[in-house]
Design a binder for this molecule. Structure first.
Ligand SMILES: Nc1ncnc2c1ncn2[C@@H]1O[C@H](COP(=O)(O)OP(=O)(O)O)[C@@H](O)[C@H]1O
Ligand SMILES: [Mg+2]
Length: 231
């Protein structure tokens, strides 16, 4: 079953066209990566699902429903959760309050404050401090925990490894693979190719707002893909 399906999407910020004829489908159980250099439109692709970038032609379906003028709560209520680039922890809220923001979708499932704390015990220990007082790696856990609180079918992560130490990135790989085993599908936007190859089974490459390459990640090496991200 298709969780998200973009078909021939042209997307804009005001009059600036950023995405050109993008098609992308992620089905239940799949793990898919989008890669490409800075500024090619990776975040904009995610923003089309949140109504932040405007779709002028083509279509967007979530769980088989077509959305015109989609808004961010349409996505989250239909099982799509985003861990945004830069994590976007709300500075005026505690760790726990940040997590509770994710509950707003009112979707029922296995994820709640307690199960997220079981997954990330450090967040339970630090639940009453301000979210932005956490370390970078802990803020990434918080951003993922907040997304899980909406019990998503598809977790979309926008450059989650950015700014994290390699050992934390390794933990993130294990975490994502565990989430997949529990039934969560993953759309991973990344520039860290070894991270991508340790998590996904297929990938798309964006350049200047277009898909210029796609394929299976099985048997692919870091060397095969690094031309798509190095300057
Ligand atoms: N809110 C915005 N308004 C106008 N242009 C934007 C906005 N956000 C990003 N852009 C432009 O859209 C292009 C793609 O950006 P983005 O999707 O953030 O790329 P990536 O995530 O691949 O680095 C860039 O040229 C960027 O400057
Ligand atoms: Mg980006």
């Amino acid at each position: 079953m298709s969780l998200i399906k973009l078909h021939n999407v042209d997307a804009f910020y005001d009059s600036a066209q950023i995405l050109d004829n993008i098609s992308l489908e992620v089905n239940k159980g799949e793990k898919v990566a989008v890669l490409g250099r800075n500024g090619v439109g990776k975040t904009t692709l995610i923003n089309t699902l949140l109504g932040i970038a405007k779709v002028r032609s083509g279509s967007i379906q979530i769980q088989g429903k077509t959305f015109k003028n989609i808004r961010s709560f349409d996505a989250v209520r239909n099982g799509i959760a985003v861990v945004p680039q830069g994590r976007r922890i709300i500075p005026s809220l505690t760790v726990e309050e940040n997590l509770l923001m994710g509950e707003a979708s009112l979707r029922k499932g296995n994820w709640n404050l307690n199960s997220v704390y079981d997954l990330f015990p450090i967040l339970r220990e630090r639940s009453q401090i301000m979210g932005t007082a956490l370390s970078g790696g802990q803020q990434q856990m918080l951003a993922i925990g907040r997304a899980l609180m909406s019990n998503p079918d598809l977790l979309i992560l926008d450059e989650p490894s950015e700014g994290l130490a390699p050992i934390i990135v390794d933990q993130l790989i294990d975490l994502l693979n565990d989430l997949v085993k529990k039934g969560t599908s993953i759309l991973l936007v990344e520039q860290n190719i070894s991270f991508i190859l340790n998590v996904v089974e297929r990938y798309l490459v964006l350049s200047k707002g277009r898909v210029i390459e796609k394929g299976s990640a099985i048997g692919v090496t870091v060397d095969n893909l690094k031309k798509y991200i190095s300057v």
